[in-house]
Design a protein around this ligand. Structure first.
Ligand code: MF3
Ligand code: CO
Length: 251
């Protein structure tokens, strides 16, 4: 599939999809506390998405059984919400959510501390978020896609962490996953040239230990192989004439 360029009209629909998802994330942030189950988080998120008249795009995607991916501690991404998985003080939890508005997808992830967390855990969350912003400094026409990837990797590794290799970001639009794939690490090529109208989900997944990951028997949950903590941060962005616009953040 070729990389699609969205029209002004399409970008404005994606802007609305992004704005709603940002609101949903802000609501989700409010309910994170020790004692809540990961299933309750999913149910709350699905309700919030539907309250806007939107569709949760993760639900039933390749058989994924929920609307929100809830990944705790050493779980990297795609954690399946469960009634008996209760958040504890000191945990870190990544919430990945997406929705469809008027046929256009948005996709974003945040990682939170549950109650008081260790300095080390807080630093991992901070560096993961920063690496997204370091990456998108290169998101402008004329630059190449993997310039973003390289900047993300540099920031992560200079802090002593590692960037996951087995999962990548992606184009997004009328489908949740479109071309191009967006690794968060340097490639030998610079990748495609960025052009106005490209819409991209940039999503660094950062491990406190080694970058190796494994899949649990549920065939979804991705965990760090060494059991170290992992954090995730993602936004949907659009490439503009002179840079980028983040669609899933409010000012
Ligand atoms: N942000 C994730 C991704 O881009 C969410 C999709 S996973 C699934 O892969 F649950 F929907 F399958
Ligand atoms: Co994504």
């Amino acid at each position: 599939m070729a990389v699609t360029i969205k029209s002004k009209k399409e970008i404005s629909l994606m802007r609305e999809a992004g704005k709603i998802l940002c609101d949903v994330h802000n609501q989700l942030a409010e309910i994170i506390r020790p004692g809540i189950s990961t299933l309750e988080i999913d149910q709350f998120g699905e309700k919030a998405i539907r309250a806007y008249g939107c569709i949760p795009n993760f639900l039933n995607y390749n058989g994924y059984p929920a609307s929100i991916c809830v990944s705790v501690n050493d779980e990297v991404v795609h954690g399946i919400p469960k009634r008996n998985r209760i958040l504890q003080e000191g945990d870190i939890v990544s919430l990945d959510a997406g929705l469809i508005y008027e046929g256009y997808h948005s996709d974003a992830a945040r990682t939170y501390g549950v109650g008081n967390i260790s300095k080390e855990a807080a630093h991992l969350i901070k560096v993961t978020k920063e690496s997204f912003f370091e990456g998108i400094k290169f998101a402008k026409p004329g630059n190449h896609l993997f310039d973003i990837s390289e900047a993300i990797q540099k920031h992560v590794e200079s802090n002593g962490y590692s960037i996951v290799r087995d999962l990548v970001g992606h184009g997004i639009g009328t489908h949740l996953h479109e071309d191009p794939q967006i690794p968060n690490f340097k490639e030998r090529r610079r990748g495609i040239k960025l052009r106005p109208g490209m819409t991209l989900a940039i999503e660094p997944m950062v491990n406190a230990g080694m970058f190796d990951v494994a899949w649990l028997d549920d065939d979804w949950t991705v965990v760090t192989e060494d059991g170290s903590l992992s954090a995730h941060y993602e936004n949907t962005i659009a490439i503009t004439e002179d840079g980028y616009e983040i669609l899933t953040l409010s000012e």
